[in-house]
Ligand binder design. Structure first.
Ligand SMILES: Cc1cc2nc3c(=O)[nH]c(=O)nc-3n(C[C@H](O)[C@H](O)[C@H](O)COP(=O)(O)OP(=O)(O)OC[C@H]3O[C@@H](n4cnc5c(N)ncnc54)[C@H](O)[C@@H]3O)c2cc1C
Length: 159
């Protein structure tokens, strides 16, 4: 079974445990109804960190959670005694104005997305609050800002 130190040595993002001074910051989620104490939080910097974290959790028999914007009311983005992949360092948004498409990093929020697309005069049907994660909302929400004129809400997957 791999150790935390072996995991740390393998990745570029910081691996934070209860012994670190910034543990409380690292384990905190935006939705303060959830207060959990994972064994380790990795602040993933790139895809290789995510792969390493999945392997570490699997090989150690630990629960694994993925955290985007941290808004989940049931606290699905974290856990007790397991591994949390914090994607908040992976917030890039790449806009292709010709195709009218955008690719968002796993930790991008709707604020990040709107900032990037606005520069091109583009927008899509995202969430109401800027700090909600793009991926989390798309997977587990999907109710978009309802334009006053439309009469009914749009869904994120409409656009
Ligand atoms: C203030 C507030 C406003 C909201 N507004 C809206 C709204 O306008 N429309 C709407 O439809 N919903 C809305 N929601 C609900 C919201 O969409 C869901 O709670 C959503 O799941 C939150 O995603 P997150 O990334 O912020 O949260 P997290 O807690 O980080 O993640 C939620 C779930 O998504 C998974 N996840 C997150 N990112 C990834 C990823 N990159 N890859 C794989 N899995 C991932 C997590 O593992 C977890 O299971 C709102 C919630 C709050 C608290």
């Amino acid at each position: 079974m791999p150790t935390i130190d072996e995991f740390r040595a393998e990745v570029r993002g910081a691996v934070v445990t209860a012994e670190d001074a910034d543990y409380d910051d690292a384990r905190a989620v935006w939705n303060a109804m959830t207060d959990k104490r994972p064994l380790a939080v990795i602040r993933a910097e790139q895809v290789a960190d995510v792969i390493a974290a999945v392997n570490f959790a699997r090989d150690s028999g630990l629960e694994l959670s993925v955290r985007g914007g941290g808004h989940s009311a049931p606290g699905f983005g974290t856990n007790d005694k397991g591994v949390v992949i914090d994607l908040s360092m992976m917030r890039h948004v790449h806009v292709d104005p010709k195709a009218g498409t955008a690719r968002a990093g796993g930790g991008a929020t709707w604020g990040d997305f709107n900032y990037a697309t606005h520069a091109y005069g583009l927008a899509t049907t995202g969430g109401i609050v800027s700090t909600t994660g793009v991926a989390g909302l798309t997977l587990g929400g999907g109710i978009a800002i309802s334009p006053a004129a439309s009469g009914s809400p749009w869904t994120t997957c409409d656009r």
